[in-house]
Design a binder for this molecule. Structure first.
Ligand SMILES: O=C(O)CCC(=O)C(=O)O
Length: 246
């Protein structure tokens, strides 16, 4: 489904906590975004603070870029498309505020997995009118570590968390979901397609043992009316202090 059928997408988002939007970015836009991210990693990243990125276990390959909205604001016009902002305003039930632009690179062969989690354990917002637009810049296949979602899990609210010890994903769920993988929503995508998930939808992804990288660009929006929940924030602070991103 593309962004033309918005009522149906909103219905599915509210029911399932995740939707797939085909062709959100054109092939030309994908090529521009990829080239700019590659240039940023090659030329700029070395001069940024260590928490601008997380590396894979090999100590050199980038796992994530963080806070691009601060470290590379020139990218913002490339990602803040008016039709996306208009659509997101309906999903977050208010004025959208872009609070994070980041990547999950999942590089070929060394890309690590992401444990079961709910994003609001990181975002700590109430009400949970917050979401991620996960844009594929590579094909996402069964082999290179697609994101899997537990359908409808946002309706259960926040579940107990525990520190995960994973760099870049410091807080996970105390108990992983028991829903079998084949019943979960598997985020297979072509470049330019996107997933949009609500911040309390349970999700995770496996390591990438394939020869093909799986670069995702993430746009995180909240409604201007949300505010920080102190209990969620103290659990997150403890986890990220135990396992900093860099
Ligand atoms: O890209 C991935 O593998 C995980 C993404 C994720 O955890 C997220 O979008 O919150």
């Amino acid at each position: 489904m593309s962004l033309t059928d918005t009522d149906s997408l909103i219905h599915d988002y509210e029911r399932d906590g995740v939707i797939r939007v085909r062709g959100l970015f054109s092939p030309d836009e994908v090529a521009t975004l990829r080239a700019e991210l590659e240039r940023y990693m090659r030329e700029d990243l070395g001069s940024k603070s260590a928490d601008a990125r997380t590396l894979e276990a090999d100590g050199k390959t980038v796992r994530n870029l963080w806070r691009l909205e601060i470290h590379h604001p020139a990218m913002l016009p490339l990602v803040e498309k008016p039709e996306i902002v208009r659509f997101v305003s309906r999903l977050v039930r208010g004025e959208p505020v872009l609070v994070g632009v980041e990547t999950f690179n999942k590089p070929a062969r060394v890309g690590s997995g992401v444990p079961y989690h709910q994003d609001n354990a990181y975002f700590c917002q109430t009400p949970p009118d917050m979401l991620t637009v996960w844009v594929a810049l590579d094909p996402v296949t069964m082999e290179n570590g697609p994101v899997y979602y537990v359908i409808g899990s946002q309706k259960g609210g926040m579940l107990p968390t525990k520190p995960s010890g994973v760099k870049g994903n410091s807080i996970g769920m105390a108990e992983p979901s028991t829903v079998p993988l084949e019943k979960q929503f598997c985020g297979l995508l072509e470049p330019g397609d996107a997933l949009i998930h609500q911040c309390e939808t349970i999700h995770h992804s496996a390591p990438n043992h394939s020869d093909h990288s799986r670069l995702g660009l993430l746009l995180v929006y909240r409604g201007r009316h949300t505010h920080t929940d102190a209990t969620l924030k103290s659990a997150y602070t403890a986890a990220v202090t135990a396992t900093p991103p860099a």
